[in-house]
Design a protein around this ligand. Structure first.
Ligand SMILES: Cc1cc2nc3c(=O)[nH]c(=O)nc-3n(C[C@H](O)[C@H](O)[C@H](O)COP(=O)(O)O)c2cc1C
Length: 188
């Protein structure tokens, strides 16, 4: 089986809900779906959403990427889906990410300034701007809301070694012992 990489630009059809912190709710839902499906299909990549437009980069087995792209292109949450990159790939470069999400960041603002763009319009990116955008997503450390296979693993390992029920039992027992000691001391 052969690997491929694909990038596209599109315009969101939903009206962006203002959010003070975190991810726009429609985008958050897309990220949840991506996490669920991409991990299963061993697809990796990144998503950037800005000025109500998307830039998404996907890597994986050719069949899996093409099937996903067909599905994504039919999604009514965006329109004018324009393929920017579509080619074979030797080895994955987003190894640990089912869908890395980069929130509006100073990196992207610098990128726009550098190319004299006053808004994020990925459909007009040339090849080298696309590659730069892919690198930017890959290297971004602004990953407050990233979806990572590794993060999921770490989250699981961070869970307490003591099951919740046993923890509550221990607290109740400790309270009982202290109560008994207080009671015993009043008997002396
Ligand atoms: C901009 C955009 C990016 C998306 N990216 C992905 C993706 O990487 N993986 C994915 O499974 N679905 C993605 N989706 C959602 C798909 O279009 C589709 O709704 C979803 O895969 C259906 O999943 P389900 O059959 O599990 O409900 C994206 C949608 C949009 C609008």
């Amino acid at each position: 089986m052969s690997l491929m990489r694909l990038a596209y630009a599109s315009e969101a059809t939903f009206e962006a809900k203002p959010v003070e912190k975190g991810v726009e709710p429609n985008v958050a839902r897309i990220l949840m779906e991506s996490r669920r499906n991409n991990a299963k299909g061993e697809i990796v990549g990144g998503l950037y959403y800005g000025d109500n437009r998307f830039f998404q980069y996907l890597e994986g087995e050719e069949d899996a990427v093409r099937n996903l792209y067909d599905r994504i292109a039919r999604d009514s949450r965006h329109r004018n889906v324009t393929t920017l990159l579509e080619e074979p790939l030797e080895a994955r470069t987003f190894t640990n990410w089912s869908m890395k999400y980069v929130p509006l960041s100073s990196d992207v603002n610098r990128f726009l300034d550098k190319h004299n763009m006053d808004e994020f319009k990925p459909s007009e990116f040339n090849r080298s701007q696309c590659e730069e955008m892919v690198r930017l997503i890959r290297d971004s450390s602004q990953d407050g809301r990233v979806i990572s296979h590794d993060v999921k693993r770490k989250d699981r390992s961070r869970q307490s070694a003591i099951p919740k029920g046993i923890g509550i039992g221990l607290v109740v027992a400790a309270v009982g012992v202290v109560g008994a000691m207080i009671y015993a001391s009043t008997m002396l």
